[in-house]
Design a protein around this ligand. Structure first.
Ligand SMILES: Cc1ncc(C[n+]2csc(CCOP(=O)(O)OP(=O)(O)O)c2C)c(N)n1
Ligand SMILES: [Mg+2]
Length: 352
C-alpha cells in the first residue's frame, strides 16, 4: 500500500454513465439525493440573503460540494453510524436526523436550538480546524471497544488536512484500526489559500497509505462515484478492516463564508470552468435521461423546499429572544469556573 488509488468517474458531466460503471444507488434513491442537494443549494441562497438582511449568523455555503456531502452521507445507516462534521455539511446533519428547523433557528440567534437530540448520531459543527478528527477517531474506537458495529464518517477540508490534529488522528486511527472514514473535501481553497500552497503532496489522499490505510481520490462532483467509494469504505470499517481516507476533488463555487469576497483572489475563468461541472447539473441530466425528472418535478421540489424553509424561519421568529446566558449553556456538561464566571458577569451586565 504505497499510493492513493484514483477512482474513475461513474456519472460523466454529460449526465451519462461511464460504460461498465457499477451503480450503487437505484434511480429513486438518486432522485431523493437530488432533492437533498437542491435543499442544500436553496438553503445556502436563503441563508446568504438573510445574512445580508442582518437576520442570520455567518454562513459557509456548500455550493458546488453537494455531491461530495450527499453522496457520502447516504452511505451511512443513521440509526447506527455517526457523522462528525466540519462546518459545510448541512445535508449530512439532516440525513442523521437533526432537524432543519433547529439549524435555521440556531443561525437566527437561538443558540439553544443548536443542541443535538440525544438519539441523533451527530457531533456539533467544528470551526477549530481539524479538532473534530481526534474526537472522531476516539468515538469510532470507543464504539468498537463497546462491541458496536457502528462507523464514524468525519468531514474535513483541504486546509484542515495541514493541521497537526489531522495527522495525529490518522496515526491513531491506523494503529487501532478505528472504524472511521475521513471524507476530505478538497474544494480548491482554504479561504484564499489555493490547494497548491497547501501541501506538496501529489494528492491529499496519498497521506492515508503513510498511516497504514487506503487513500482514495474520487471525483467529488460525481454523486454516484462518491457514494460507491464511501459505501466501500464504510463496509471495510464495519468489517473491522480499519479507516479509509477519501479525497473528494470538488470546487467551492461560492465564497468561503459571508465575510469573504473571493473576487479579490479567484480567477473568473477557473470559476466558470468549475461551474460547468456543477454536481447538480450532472444528476439532473442523469435523472432526466432516465425519465425520472423533469421541469415540473423540479418546480414542485423547489416549492416544497422553500415552504420548509419559510416555515422554519417563521418558527424561529416566533421563539422568545434568548437571554444573555444562552450562549454559555449547552456548551459544557459541567461548565468550568471561568465559563461560570463569564456567564454570571453577562447576566449582571444585562440587569444594569
Ligand atoms: C485552527 C484554525 N486555524 C485557522 C482557522 C481559520 N479558518 C477558518 S476556515 C479556514 C479554511 C479552512 O479550509 P478547509 O479546511 O479547506 O475548509 P473549507 O472552508 O474550504 O471547506 C481557516 C484557515 C480556524 N478556524 N481554525
Ligand atoms: Mg477547502
Amino acid at each position: 500500500m504505497t499510493a492513493a488509488v484514483r477512482r474513475r468517474s461513474q456519472l460523466l458531466p454529460s449526465g451519462r454513465l461511464r460504460p461498465g460503471a457499477a451503480v450503487s444507488l437505484p434511480v429513486d434513491e438518486v432522485r431523493a439525493a437530488l432533492e437533498l442537494m437542491l435543499l442544500s443549494r436553496r438553503f445556502d441562497a436563503r441563508a446568504i440573503a438573510m445574512q445580508r438582511l442582518g437576520r442570520w449568523g455567518v454562513h459557509s455555503p456548500a455550493e458546488g460540494q453537494e455531491a461530495a456531502v450527499v453522496g457520502s452521507c447516504l452511505a451511512l445507516d443513521p440509526g447506527r453510524d455517526w457523522v462528525v462534521p466540519q462546518y459545510r455539511e448541512l445535508a449530512a446533519y439532516l440525513h442523521q436526523g437533526h432537524g432543519l428547523e433547529r439549524v435555521v433557528a440556531a443561525q437566527m440567534g437561538h443558540p439553544q436550538e443548536g443542541r443535538i437530540a440525544d438519539e441523533v448520531r451527530l457531533l456539533p459543527v467544528q470551526v477549530a480546524l481539524a479538532a473534530q478528527l481526534p474526537q472522531a477517531v476516539g468515538l469510532a474506537w470507543g464504539l468498537r471497544r463497546q462491541g458496536q458495529d457502528a462507523v464514524v464518517l468525519t468531514y474535513l477540508g483541504d486546509g484542515a488536512s495541514s493541521e497537526g490534529d489531522f495527522h495525529e488522528a490518522c496515526n491513531l486511527a491506523g494503529v487501532v484500526r478505528a472504524p472511521v472514514v475521513f471524507l476530505l473535501q478538497n474544494n480548491g481553497w482554504a479561504i484564499s489559500t489555493p490547494r497548491r500552497l497547501q501541501s506538496a503532496a501529489t494528492t491529499l489522499a496519498s497521506r492515508g497509505p503513510g498511516y497504514g490505510f487506503p487513500g482514495v481520490v474520487v471525483d467529488g462532483n460525481d454523486l454516484l462515484a462518491v457514494h460507491a467509494v464511501t459505501a466501500e469504505a464504510v463496509g471495510r470499517a464495519r468489517a473491522g478492516d480499519g479507516p479509509t481516507l477519501i479525497e473528494a476533488q470538488t470546487y467551492r463555487l461560492g465564497f468561503h463564508n459571508t465575510t469573504d469576497d473571493p473576487t479579490a483572489y479567484t480567477d473568473p475563468a477557473e470559476l466558470a470552468a468549475a461551474r460547468a461541472l456543477d454536481p447538480i447539473l450532472r444528476v439532473r441530466r442523469y435523472l432526466t435521461a432516465h425519465g425520472a425528472w423533469d421541469e415540473e418535478r423540479e418546480a414542485a421540489a423547489c416549492r416544497a423546499i422553500d415552504d420548509r424553509l419559510d416555515r422554519a424561519i417563521a418558527r424561529a421568529e416566533r421563539l422568545p429572544a434568548p437571554g444573555p446566558a444562552a450562549c454559555f449553556d449547552d456548551v459544557y456538561a459541567e461548565p468550568p469556573p471561568r465559563v461560570l464566571a463569564q456567564r454570571a458577569h453577562a447576566l449582571a451586565e444585562a440587569e444594569v
